[in-house]
Design a protein around this ligand. Structure first.
Ligand code: HEC
Length: 114
């Protein structure tokens, strides 16, 4: 492979990486969530039932995801005690992707895959 072609291939690789990084993925959420059972965080099936729609969840995300607005943490003391853990994840992964994140959660519940 010539030097120029190698550079072009490398540049294309970088473009792919940055395109992936800017899209929302449920991958990191799997460390603490599953669709149908509680892990560190609540089962997404229960989350979806409590919020009712992706729009309703996106609205709470866009409002800053305040603990008192969270349907699970505001009603379940066990999870309220761990709300700060989820706040860190919200700031790192969901902020700026509120609609995509809410849609991805409901999609995962529908398909059973996250
Ligand atoms: C390090 C562990 C961890 C990771 C990673 C994580 N969560 Fe959570 N999540 C929690 C915990 C603990 C709770 C319960 C506390 C709470 O509800 O605020 C929770 C609660 C939630 C809730 C319900 C909030 C409520 O109380 O109504 C949603 C929605 C949620 N997580 C979405 C996500 C999404 C989307 C991701 C991936 C971008 C994610 N979480 C990644 C730990 C995590």
């Amino acid at each position: 492979m010539g030097k120029t072609l190698k550079l072009v291939v490398a540049a294309a690789g970088l473009l792919t990486i940055s395109a992936t990084a800017s899209a929302f993925s449920t991958g990191p959420c799997k460390a603490c969530h599953a669709v149908d059972h509680d892990v560190v965080g609540p089962a997404w099936k229960r989350v979806a039932e409590k919020y009712g729609s992706a729009d309703a969840l996106a609205k709470v995300f866009k409002g800053g995801f305040k603990v008192e607005d969270r349907k699970i943490a505001s009603t379940e003391p066990k999870f309220k005690a761990q709300a700060a853990l989820m706040t860190g994840q919200f700031n790192a992964l969901i902020k700026g992707h509120e609609d995509d994140a809410a849609k991805a959660l409901f999609e995962a519940v529908k398909t059973g895959k996250m």
